[in-house]
Ligand binder design. Structure first.
Ligand code: EPU
Length: 337
């Protein structure tokens, strides 16, 4: 375990913000972090995963806990399925590649999502028609309030679109130490997304393999999303909003180009990227920040942006979209005060 005071967080957040933490605790094994947490009462702390979904508004006046525990193993299996367990500090894409290499089906569409395994259930990561909850088996976490280890099963996690109990009632109260996924041994793909269909059209093959699907996802993501090492960003900044049928028909009659996807319950999901683009933000740069030219849902740090600059820019987008469409975008990124 390593404890650093006044530590720079620049390398630990994908926006590349130069914030500092009063103390940074890096740990590589669960026992040492549990004994640390048992020993100290922390007033203000932040559990950090890959740092790919947060925005530091200022310096962090507390303790940042960074889990570096890694390791992937097979917990159980039969002819049809397998339970894979990964430590929370593992990089998410390492877990996806492990499953792709072993032909365990279910998370290939989630390839290349930045971040750690421990953060994946917190915001129920999703892409191309698959969400973490579709393959989630259980997780183990340490309850920081009651100081006990706990297991959480699917029903206890309240998963929703980029939501879970760990982002709400149990926010920052559970240090997730490992995640278990139930994956299939039989070839079963979800390929109905337009972007996937378009990309597969270029691939002339009778029988797709899991590696082909992973490669397809990789190509799509690399062509649309900026590489964090080149341009600081946190993926989609906002969630895609849901509107009811009445608002949908009102907007559709006013904005003929409106695209929307029906969701369970009769509502429609509107691509936030379309709303933002219609307000003229796509590719727009203001000082050190801007909307990515190929995907307006991604706000980028062009150099030395501060958290405040990024946040203010996101507010301007929010207000402009609200004025034009009467839809309030909600951030997907966690704003850390
Ligand atoms: N949609 C469909 N069917 C399609 C295409 C799109 O239902 O064939 C829906 C999507 O579910 C989404 C909306 O239409 O609700 C917009 O989709 P688009 O492809 O424009 O993707 P996006 O909004 O830019 C979202 C996720 C991404 C994820 C992609 C691919 C959010 C906030 N973002 O982006 O996740 O990679 O879809 O599935 O939901 C992230 O969370 O950081 C992120 C990059």
């Amino acid at each position: 375990m390593q404890r650093i005071t006044n530590a720079s967080l620049k390398q630990l957040n994908s926006f590349g913000l130069d914030s500092t933490a009063k103390e940074l605790v890096l740990f590589e094994n669960e026992e040492e972090i549990i004994s640390y947490l048992d020993k100290y009462e922390l007033d203000k702390y932040l559990i950090l995963g890959g740092g790919s979904n947060l925005l530091f508004l200022n310096d962090f006046d507390g303790v940042v806990l960074k889990n570096n525990c890694t390791g992937i193993s097979i917990l159980d299996q039969d002819n049809a399925s397998v339970i894979v367990e990964s430590k929370a500090g593992e990089e998410w894409d390492n877990l996806v590649r492990f499953c792709v290499d072993n032909e365990f089906y279910g998370i290939e569409n989630l390839g290349l999502i930045p971040g750690s395994v421990g953060a994946a259930p917190v915001q129920n990561i999703g892409a191309y028609g698959v969400e973490l909850k579709d393959v989630f088996h259980s997780l183990i976490g340490y309850d920081l309030i009651n100081k006990v280890k706990k297991e959480f099963h699917f029903d206890e996690c309240n998963f929703g679109y980029r939501e879970s109990i760990f982002k709400n009632e149990l926010k920052q109260k559970i240090l997730i130490t490992s995640v278990r996924l139930k994956l299939q041994k039989e070839r079963l793909f979800k390929l109905n997304y337009r972007a996937i269909q378009d990309e597969l059209g270029n691939l002339n093959k009778d029988e797709l393999t899991i590696k082909d699907v992973y490669k397809t996802i990789k190509n799509i993501r690399e062509s649309k999303l900026p590489e964090v090492s080149k341009l600081g960003n946190a993926g989609s900044f906002f969630k895609n909003p849901e509107i009811d049928p009445e608002q949908f028909s009102q907007l559709k009659s006013k904005f003929h180009g409106l695209v929307a996807f029906p969701v369970d319950g009769g509502n429609y999901k509107v691509p936030a990227s379309w709303l933002i683009e219609q307000c003229g933000f796509k590719g727009k740069k203001v000082g050190n920040v801007g909307c990515y030219e190929k995907q307006s849902l991604v706000i980028v740090n062009y150099g030395n942006a501060t958290g405040e600059e990024l946040f203010n820019f996101s507010k301007t987008i929010q207000e402009t979209v609200f004025e034009k469409f009467n839809i309030m975008l909600t951030p997907e990124v966690n704003i850390i005060q």
